[in-house]
Structures are given as C-alpha cells and as structure tokens.
Design a protein around this ligand. Structure first.
Ligand code: GLV
Ligand code: MN
Ligand code: MN
Length: 393
C-alpha cells in the first residue's frame, strides 16, 4: 500500500469533532494504531518486536549494523494527521515497495514506531526514545502523571505491559543509522520550491513549569486593592515571553494552564502554567528563560504573590551527523534546513548517526488540524525515503 492509502486507513482513529487528532500515549487511539502497525508489519512479512518501553519495531532480518526508519503515531491534543504518522506510513510504504521489487537489504532493516513522542499525556516529549537511550531514568519516567493522576507505570500496566521492563534497550547496540521522515513544521520548503528537505539541526528547547501562588478569595467581596491574585503575574509572564522572544528572535509559548480552584466567582489561589521555550543556541535559551523568570518574579512581588519555576525537560541543540546529512542531501539533491521542533531522531542522535527528511507543508501549520502535505508530495517523500533505504540498506 502507498503512504496515502495507509494514512487514509487510519484517518478515523482518534479523530476529534474539531477535525483534529488526539492520540495520546497508551490511550485507546494509540492502542488501535499499535494494532494497525502490527497488522501492516505482518502483511509485509516483517517480524514485530516491542521493547520494554512500548517502542514497536517491524524487522526485516535481525542482527548488528541495522538501518532503522520510522517515526511515531501519537499526537499532541487536537493535533494534525501527519506529525508522526507520515513518517511511519512512508517507511512502511517504502519497505513494501522495495520488497515487491525484489530488492533485498544488505543489512537488517526495521520500521520503528516510537511511543509517546509528543509528551501530550505525561508532559515530557520523546519518552520512548529517551527511555531506550537512557536519557531519562525509568523511575523518573514511570512516575510521571497525566491530568487524571494516572502514572506512566499505571498506564502501561493497564495495557498489559510490565513497567519493570522499561529502560535502556538492547536494540540500540544493533542500530547503525536512524532516518526519520517527517512533515515539515514551518514553511520553508514551499518558497524554496522543494518537496523534500534534509534536516541540519534542532534548536535547543525546554519545557518549564511556573507555579504562581496567591490568596484565594471572593470575587465580589474582595476589594481590588486587597487582592493577591496569582493570575496577574501569570498574565505578565505571557506578555514577557512574547516580548523577550520577539526581541531576541527566539520562541516562547505558554500553551497550557491550570487554574485552582477554577471558579468564575473566586480569585484563584494557584495558577500553574507551562512555558515551551526554544532558541538558536543554548546561551540564548538560558537568557530567554532567565529573562521571562525575572519578569514573572517582579510581577509576583508587586502583587504579594509568589512564583516558582521548575524545568521539566531541557534538550540541548542537535547537529545531525554531518557526513550522513551531506550524503543524503547529495543523493536527493535536496536543500538542508534547521528546525525548531523536537524529534526522536534528535534523541537518538546522541548515540548513533541519525538523519531526517522533511516533506513540504504548504501551510506551514503543525500541531493543529490544518497540518498538511499534498498526496503528490507524500509520494515524493516515499520515493526519497526509498532511495535513502537503497543507499544505506
Ligand atoms: C514535538 O513535536 C515538539 O517539538 O515539541
Ligand atoms: Mn510534534
Ligand atoms: Mn513528530
């Protein structure tokens, strides 16, 4: 099956009334997608293996020096159809076409579905690849809790997995290269007239939790001058994030918020807000977060409230393997571009040569229902990935 057909076959899974997709780690939608992946692997005569973290692999041969291609099937809440599934569907389509043509790899080859790339449920992105590479300790990851208070360990157990098996994975020692195809996030390829690009680097980025605390009180009975409302320092922080990131050419977003007690007629007692910050280098990232924090603290002090910052995950800059990326850019005659988005390929890059192919996104929108690629560009992406597999496999 081609990648367009494969994507069409999962277009109803995790679909939301707003036309987007909510496919969170270990939820019914991603469980259905795991079954789908297993079925497609079987149909191609591949051997399905799942590691202790829930990462799935469909192997064509086994042994050392393997080539891994793939991506992830989970999404952010209300995400688009392609961030993740495009890479998995393209890898399955490329392997299927190569098998049908009679081509055989000279090294073991596997299609990967990494679990919980987006961190949409437990808050930390790339949990599957971080656990497999040892970038996060199993105890830390398994103790993370979702909005309902369910821990990762409990979520895995509920789906019949043994959380004690989570952690550094054996397959890593057998992999020579990982190549991830992904829908472009941002709009660079369209104005450059290219359907496919090769990644150069990922910006350093992090997720940080701000807790603003004040005095809960009556919305009608408390004079404005007597309030210690933590929402005000939160609001000042949102404005500071925009101002400081814009002034320095970096990125800062507050996209998730919890207000307690969350009552229209009560002044909040606590506001928890998550900052996503990304920058062109580590120094810029640190300066940006420090600047936003200083403004948050000043605003809280002025209101008689408090603020505390906890970094939840910080990922350093990734430079994709130079030799591999030049080889693939030359092979495909494709332009090279950096990205502000995080990926499992960025986590695996610390352990082995990895590369990424981006498929043109005409709107540039991602993490939202409007995320798109044309059927023709999807086919071009599969053709490019097929050439890469022939070259490296
Ligand atoms: C994942 O898509 C991220 O960049 O957060
Ligand atoms: Mn994403
Ligand atoms: Mn992705």
């Amino acid at each position: 099956m081609g990648a367009n057909e494969l994507l069409a076959s999962i277009e109803d899974v995790g679909r939301t009334p707003g036309g987007g997709y909510t496919r969170l780690a270990w939820d019914p939608a991603t469980m259905a997608l795991r079954e789908w992946f297993a079925g497609e692997a079987l149909a191609l005569g591949l051997d399905l293996v799942e590691d202790g973290n829930g990462n799935q692999f469909a192997w064509w041969g086994h042994g050392p020096d393997a080539l891994l291609v793939g991506s992830h099937l989970d999404s952010v809440p209300e995400g688009g159809p392609l961030d993740g599934p495009l890479g998995v569907a393209s890898a399955l389509a490329a392997v299927g076409a190569l098998k049908a043509s009679g081509w055989a790899p000279s090294r073991p080859l596997a299609v990967a579905n990494f679990t919980d790339e987006e961190g949409g449920r437990f808050g930390i992105a790339c949990l599957g690849s971080r656990l497999a590479t040892g970038a996060i300790a199993p105890g830390t990851a398994l103790g993370l809790r979702d909005e309902d208070g369910t821990s990762l360990a409990e979520a895995m157990q509920a789906q019949g997995r043994d959380p004690r098996a989570a952690g550094p994975a054996d397959w890593l020692a057998d992999v020579k290269y990982y190549v991830e195809l992904h829908v472009e996030q941002g709009r660079w390829l369209a104005p450059h007239g290219a359907a496919v690009g090769v990644a150069s680097a990922i910006w350093p980025h992090g997720r940080y939790r701000f807790e603003f605390c004040g005095q809960g009180n009556h919305a009608g009975a408390t004079a404005m001058a007597d309030r210690h409302d933590p929402m005000l320092a939160y609001a000042a922080t949102v404005l500071a994030a925009r101002e400081l990131a814009s002034a320095s050419g970096q990125r800062a977003t507050l996209g998730r918020l919890r207000v307690e007690p969350g009552s229209t007629n009560s002044i909040p007692s606590r506001v928890t807000a998550w900052l996503d910050a990304r920058a062109s280098d580590q120094g810029e990232l640190e300066a940006l977060v420090a600047g936003i924090t200083a403004r948050a603290e000043a605003a809280a002090a002025a209101d008689g409230t408090t603020v505390a910052l906890t970094p939840e995950s910080v990922t350093g800059a990734v430079e994709f393997d130079h030799a591999l990326r030049h080889r693939l850019a030359g092979l495909l005659d494709a332009p090279v571009l950096a990205t502000g988005a995080g990926h499992d390929a960025g986590i695996l890059a610390a352990r082995l040569p990895t590369a990424m192919l981006f498929v043109r996104n005409p709107t540039g929108v991602s993490h939202a229902p409007q995320e798109s690629a044309t059927p023709q560009d999807i086919d071009e992406g599969v053709a490019a990935l097929t050439r890469v597999i022939e070259e490296l496999g």
